[in-house]
Every structure is written in structure tokens, then in C-alpha cells.
Design a protein around this ligand. Structure first.
Ligand code: SF4
Length: 64
């Protein structure tokens, strides 16, 4: 699993860093930063929840 975040779409709502603090954080500008681009598969359920909760559809997962 690889985690992608489009900072151009992010509106700094903050849900992702609350949902999966081990994978998402915020930069000084408040926009999302992916701190672990290849988390283990045990994170899949939580990361998928963060993807689903993101109000700006800025997050995605790929299998590579
Ligand atoms: S949930 Fe979406 S909009 Fe909010 S900080 Fe994360 S990526 Fe940005």
C-alpha cells in the first residue's frame, strides 16, 4: 500500500491526522503531510477511513 495526498486539494480540515496520526500530519501551512507513505497493511482499515472522511477528496491509496 502506498498513501498519496494531493496538497493542492487539501483544505486543512484535519480529519486525517486525527484518524491516523502515525501516517498523516500537518505542515506549518496546515496542509496535510504524509509521514509514512508505505505503512504496513495493518493500517489499511484506518487509512481507508481517512480517505473516506477527507472532505476534499485529497487522499488516495494505491497498491505499489
Ligand atoms: S482530511 Fe483531507 S482536507 Fe483534511 S487535512 Fe487531511 S487531506 Fe487535508
Amino acid at each position: 500500500m502506498r498513501v498519496h495526498a494531493d496538497r493542492g486539494r487539501c483544505m486543512a480540515a484535519g480529519h486525517c491526522a486525527v484518524t491516523v496520526p502515525g501516517v498523516f500530519d500537518h505542515g506549518e501551512d496546515g496542509l496535510v503531510v504524509v509521514t509514512d507513505e508505505k505503512p504496513g497493511d495493518d493500517f489499511l482499515e484506518e487509512v481507508q477511513l481517512a480517505v473516506d472522511l477527507c472532505p476534499s477528496r485529497a487522499l488516495s491509496i494505491s497498491q505499489d
